[in-house]
Write a new protein. Structure first.
Length: 223
C-alpha cells in the first residue's frame, strides 16, 4: 500500500486539479474511510503513528483545497516548483457556459430587465420581495419564489449570466455540497440578484448565513 510521501494534495485525494468542491469533499470522505482505524482494508498495514500521519495528510489536503485562497497559493506553488504544467486550469469554466453572441445577449437582457421592472409594479410582488429581503437568512426556495413571481425562467438567467443551469438549480434547491467555491458562489448570487433587481449584498449575506447554519447542524449531527 503506497503512502503519501512525495504526493501532492490532488494525488493524495486522487482527483484532478479541476475538481469542484463537491468532488473534493467526496474524495476526502472516500480516502479518509480507506485509511481510518476502522478500515478493514488497511487495518494491518500501518502502525498507529503511520496512520495518524496519513490522516493528517488527508485532512491537510482537504482543508487546503476547499479554501479558495489557500488552493490558489498551493496551485501556484505546484507550478513554480515544476510539479505540474505552467498553465493552471480554470475552475470557473466548470460552472459557466459558452457565452451567447453579444448582440443576442444584450437584446435578451434588455427585454428581461424591462419585464422584471414591470412585474415589481404589482403590490403582491413588491410585498413578497420585501418579506424575503427582511429575513436574516435566505434560502434557495426564497430566491426561487421571487424568480417565479417576476416571471423569470431559470434558462433566461443562464443565458444572460452564463451560469450553468445545474449550478442555478443547486442554489435554488439548497444543495450546498454541489455549490462552487465561495468566491464563485458570491459572484453567481450577485448576478442572480441583479437579474431579479434586488439587493445583491443582502442576497449574498442571507444565503451564506443559511449555508453556515447548515454546516453547524451537520457538524452537530456527526458528533
Amino acid at each position: 500500500m503506497k503512502k503519501f510521501d512525495g504526493l501532492n494534495y490532488y494525488e493524495i485525494l486522487k482527483i484532478p486539479m479541476t475538481s469542484s468542491y463537491f468532488e473534493i469533499k467526496r474524495a476526502y470522505k472516500d480516502t479518509l474511510s480507506l485509511y481510518n482505524e476502522d478500515s478493514i482494508v488497511t487495518y494491518s498495514l500501518f502502525s498507529n503513528e503511520e496512520r495518524d500521519k496519513i490522516i493528517e495528510d488527508i485532512q491537510n489536503a482537504f482543508s487546503t483545497l476547499t479554501d479558495d485562497q489557500k488552493r490558489a497559493a498551493y496551485d501556484q506553488m505546484l507550478v513554480d516548483s515544476g510539479q505540474v504544467e505552467t498553465s493552471i486550469p480554470s475552475r470557473e469554466k466548470q460552472y459557466t457556459s459558452t457565452p451567447l453572441s453579444s448582440t443576442h445577449a444584450s437584446v435578451n437582457e434588455s427585454h428581461l430587465y424591462s419585464r422584471v421592472k414591470e412585474k415589481f409594479l404589482a403590490e403582491d410582488v413588491k410585498t413578497l420581495s420585501d418579506e424575503i429581503l427582511l429575513k436574516e437568512r435566505l434560502s434557495g426556495d426564497d430566491l426561487k419564489k421571487l424568480r417565479k413571481a417576476v416571471d423569470v425562467k431559470i434558462q433566461e438567467i443562464q443565458n444572460i449570466t452564463k451560469i450553468r443551469t445545474s449550478v442555478l438549480k443547486a442554489i435554488e434547491e439548497n444543495r450546498f455540497e454541489e455549490l462552487p467555491p465561495d468566491t464563485y458562489l458570491r459572484s453567481f448570487l450577485r448576478s442572480y440578484a441583479k437579474i431579479l433587481q434586488i439587493n445583491p449584498q443582502k442576497v449574498i449575506d442571507g444565503y451564506f448565513k443559511t449555508i453556515s447554519l447548515d454546516k453547524k447542524t451537520n457538524d452537530l449531527d456527526s458528533k
